[in-house]
Write a protein that binds this ligand. Sequence first.
Ligand SMILES: Nc1ncnc2c1ncn2[C@@H]1O[C@H](COP(=O)(O)OP(=O)(O)OP(=O)(O)O)[C@@H](O)[C@H]1O
Ligand SMILES: [Mg+2]
Length: 236
Amino acid sequence: MSSILPLTLSNAYVKRRGKTLIGPIDLSIEAAELTIIIGPNGAGKTTLMRAMHGLQRLTSGVLEFACSIDDARQAQAFVPQNPIMMRRSLRNNLIYPLQLRGVSKSAANAQADDWAQRINLRHALDQSAPNLSGGEKQKVAVARALIREPELVFLDEPCANLDGHATRDIETMLLAERAARRTIVMSTHNLGQARRLATRVIFMLGGCVHETGRADAFFDAPQTPEAAAFLTGDIV
Ligand SMILES: Nc1ncnc2c1ncn2[C@@H]1O[C@H](COP(=O)(O)OP(=O)(O)OP(=O)(O)O)[C@@H](O)[C@H]1O
Ligand SMILES: [Mg+2]
C-alpha cells in the first residue's frame, strides 16, 4: 500500500461549548519524522493529537491524508496517557493485535517474547496485564502499538510518571523505530527526552502552533521569545 502520509491539517479548529481548544492550526506531518509536541499544560497537545488521529472531530477545517480517511485509520495507532490493558495476560495483550491481522500463533508468540524482552518484562509475560504497575502498563501499551507496525503512531506523554529505567526502555524502542523510519508523533514535558528523540518539534501555546521546525534548529536557536523562554524553564 502507498503511504498514508503526509497528514495535513488546514485551518483546523476544535471548539467545545464556544471555547476554542485548538486552532487555527495549519501543519503537516511528513513520513519518517519523529515529531515531538511540547508546550505548557493546557496548550492543546493532547487535543491536537486526538484530532489528527480522528478521536476528536474538527469543529471546522480539514484533515487530509495521502489516501482515504478509512485507509489512514487502519494504518495508525494512538497510545493515550493512561492506557487500558485487556483483562488477559501480558502475552495475550501483545499477541492480540497480531492475531487480528492473521499472524500465526507461533509467530505471534515469538514476537511477543521479543517485545517483552525489549521492555524488560519477559519475566511477566504470564501475569495479568491489568495488575501490572502503572509504568509497566505504559511500556506494554507502547509495545502493543508498535508490534503491528502501524505507519503512523501517536504517543501522549508515554513516559509520564516513569522512572529512569522505564523511560530508557521506551526511548530505546523509539530510537529503533526512528532508525526504521517509522512516523511518530508524541507529546512530552521532558525537554531532555525531546532533544534525544525529536527530528521535528511543534511548540504549542494557547491552542496554536507557536513555532515548529527541525529539532536541531529549534533547540539551538528558537525563533520566538516564548519558545526560548520555555526551553530555559521559564513559565510561559
Ligand atoms: N473535553 C473537553 N471539554 C472541554 N475542554 C477541554 C476538553 N478537553 C480539553 N479541554 C481543554 O482544552 C485545552 C487543551 O487541553 P489539552 O488536554 O489538549 O492540553 P495539553 O497540552 O495536552 O495539556 P497537558 O500538558 O496538561 O496534558 C485545555 O484548556 C483543556 O481544559
Ligand atoms: Mg495532554
